[in-house]
Design a protein around this ligand. Sequence first.
Ligand SMILES: C[S@@+](CC[C@H](N)C(=O)[O-])C[C@H]1O[C@@H](n2cnc3c(N)ncnc32)[C@H](O)[C@@H]1O
Length: 296
Amino acid sequence: MPTVNAQQIAEWNGPQGQRWAELQRQTDRLVGPFGVAALARAAPQPAEGVLDIGCGCGETSFELARRVGPRGWVLGLDISRPMLEAARRQAAGESESASASKGESEAAGRARLEFREGDAATAPLPAGADLLYSRFGLMFFDQPAAALRHLRGALRPGGRLAFVCWRSPRDNPWAMTPLVAARQALGVVAEPADPLAPGPFAFADEARLRALLAEAGWAGIELQRFDAAVTLGPSPRAAAENATRIGPTSRLVREVGLTDERPLLDALERAFAPLAAADGAVRLAGSTWIASAVNP
Ligand SMILES: C[S@@+](CC[C@H](N)C(=O)[O-])C[C@H]1O[C@@H](n2cnc3c(N)ncnc32)[C@H](O)[C@@H]1O
């Protein structure tokens, strides 16, 4: 097993990747607005070649493929087999219905789209891409500057980078509210965490993110804060269930190894209840960086 990124590769191929694949609709809804903001910054053009890094179940790859159209191409790269399987199933389904209705091999109006398994830090990549995009897929590298340099090597001169990553945990109540409530319910004392460790908040610090991108040779670096509500669920109970399955609270649940999750779900439901909107849904603040840069 390779030593670089081995832990993340194992996690995304284990129960974490399984859950993301099973809960694809919920996760797509949860992160959707942030991906749309990064897509607006990426501004994909017809006939462009695009890399979607950490593409997961592929929602953004399909959207990119629609944007660049039949003369373009999109490569979705990820290390998670369960998530790639979900993406490939959807691609096969779309191609089948397109060929059934139109006698075409590609889904109508879509670019050539491939989903490939590989570690973005080291995998061979097609040369000359116009755009490198990622929705929350770049924060998991053991050696981020080296990975970001490797990825830059796939872009033509002038090629663009646009991605979204989380800002700090304190700016993301959608992640911290259930985590704090879960720690309290489980009697777990928070260990001081390494803020630079690979994980959702690894790129939270603006100065560090700028320095990593510069070290990797990117130019024209721009970071813009983008905040939006994260919908955790249509009710406090559903939000409690989702929080224990995706995001930082789910990691705590796995670490503690609960045999009966009901008392925790009850505690989270109580924590969410006063925060629910008039329609019952739990929407909490999320805060990200929309980052962009150019391969000089
Ligand atoms: C938070 S998920 C986001 C997935 C997808 N972009 C989305 O928005 O639904 C992070 C993704 O990055 C992938 N990932 C993590 N480390 C990676 C690496 N070294 N190379 C490629 N993909 C990686 C994970 O497998 C996972 O699919």
